[in-house]
Design a protein around this ligand. Structure first.
Ligand SMILES: C[S@@+](CC[C@H](N)C(=O)[O-])C[C@H]1O[C@@H](n2cnc3c(N)ncnc32)[C@H](O)[C@@H]1O
Length: 214
């Protein structure tokens, strides 16, 4: 079961009735900018880009309690697949409960309990994921660069794949940003988005477009 903070969020989880992901969203939003969850501003950017790109396979690194997962599932096209990775069993347990509320949606969601560095190399063999069109990095910032390189090394990024990385300004992921801007494999821009738990602190979400699959 989840920790006290995560369990406290469960009253905001709607009853486990049949319903689509989109039916689930208003209940989640009763808890605005949940501590540790994706901020509203970043969430809007993620939603907009998912609607524009209509990816078939999406990977989220860092599920926490599943706010981003539910938001993304609602914005993805029918028949698409969403893989979300979380090593913390307590967080995964709460996310799993949230996910049950979203059952019946048109998107297939797979919650993988494990660390990104162990899961990414196994995605093809163990989860049948051969290439990913859209990645949402929202775990520990120090892992962003390592995991981007892992995705490249394992040939998992589709041509023109979108990689979104949250909180790249604060607390920041300077090595990740520097690599993305200079390695020649990505077009990179940073959208402004304030920090989820303190709006006064400016932050940003990086959008990378992969062109290195040629
Ligand atoms: C900021 S929260 C994620 C918020 C979530 N994406 C949302 O929208 O609500 C960061 C999460 O990353 C998880 N995490 C930490 N290290 C990780 C790793 N190596 N792989 C995957 N997830 C990790 C943490 O346990 C935590 O639940």
């Amino acid at each position: 079961e989840g920790g006290a903070k995560e369990q406290a969020l469960l009253p905001h989880v709607p009853p486990q009735s049949p319903g689509s992901s989109s039916q689930f969203l208003p209940a989640s939003q009763q808890c605005p900018d949940p501590p540790g969850g994706v901020s509203k501003r970043s969430g809007k950017i993620v939603e907009r880009l998912l609607c524009e790109r209509a990816p078939r396979a999406v990977l989220e690194l860092g599920t926490y309690c599943g706010y981003g997962t539910v938001l993304m599932a609602a914005a993805m096209p029918p028949g698409a697949r969403l893989y979300t990775v979380e090593p913390n069993l307590q967080h995964a347990s709460v996310a799993e409960k949230q996910g049950r509320g979203a059952e019946g949606g048109a998107v297939q969601v797979e919650l993988i309990v494990g660390r990104s560095e162990e899961v990414i190399p196994q995605l093809r063999a163990q989860h049948g994921l051969h290439s990913v069109d859209f990645v949402f990095m929202d775990h520990w910032k120090r892992c962003y660069l390592r995991d981007l390189r892992l995705l490249e090394e394992h040939g998992l990024l589709a041509d023109k794949a979108t990689v979104l990385a949250d909180n790249v300004v604060f607390p920041g992921a300077p090595h990740f940003l520097q690599y993305a801007k200079t390695c020649g494999k990505y077009r990179c821009r940073v959208h402004r988005a304030s920090l989820e738990y303190c709006r006064a602190i400016p932050d940003g979400i990086a959008e990378l477009c992969y062109n290195g699959a040629r």
